[in-house]
Design a protein around this ligand. Structure first.
Ligand code: MG
Length: 189
């Protein structure tokens, strides 16, 4: 089977990692309850930033957000390793800019993710992921963003949403805990 995965906030806890970085850089100590109460993908609001300021903060922090110690979600790496061992094909499809492609790939490898160079795709906008997903003829695709998943509802690919506060309205099979993936993903025997 051909499995496609978004990376940020699907396989790794990037927004929370960024929230901690913002706290440190801004000399603040906002509690994680504020993070968990966010209903937006963007995280700037509890820091009192406008969306423009938030965008600037994100862009100027991106090196640190992407390439330091962002934790994978528990069970995510193990799930991918197991799928790979079972002979399934794993594709990564991320909206991260093309200029971050090679380093992101290396970061994933360094953190134990099974990555093949020809199965890693980056640099597309959210609504453009559909082209790649179609071309790859994926059987399964996992993402956190409504803006992506909504474009795929008519496609033959089987969709799953990684549970986040901002995607509660989506009526798609939901993964809250990667350690429980086998109860959610029906694999043919
Ligand atoms: Mg994502």
């Amino acid at each position: 089977m051909r499995f496609g995965f978004d990376i940020d906030d699907t396989l790794i806890n990037l927004r929370e990692h960024a929230f901690n970085i913002y706290n440190r850089k801004l000399g603040k100590q906002l509690g994680l309850e504020l993070f968990h109460a966010l209903k937006t993908v963007e995280i700037h609001e509890p820091f009192g930033m406008t969306s423009q300021e938030g965008k600037q903060m994100w862009n100027s922090s991106r090196e640190e957000i992407y390439y330091t110690t962002c934790p994978p979600y528990p069970g995510a790496v193990e799930m991918l390793q197991e799928l790979e061992e079972q002979g399934h094909e794993i594709f990564y499809i991320t909206a991260r800019d093309r200029e971050h492609g090679e380093r992101t790939k290396q970061w994933l490898k360094d953190n134990g993710f099974p990555v093949r160079d020809d199965r890693f795709f980056c640099g597309m906008k959210d609504e453009e992921k559909i082209q790649t997903i179609r071309q790859l003829k994926l059987n399964y695709y996992f993402d956190d963003k409504p803006a992506v998943l909504n474009t795929l509802s008519e496609e033959p690919v089987k969709l799953f949403v990684k549970d986040q506060t901002y995607n509660q309205h989506l009526n798609i099979p939901r993964i809250t805990d990667w350690t429980q993936w086998k109860t959610h993903i029906p694999l043919p025997h």
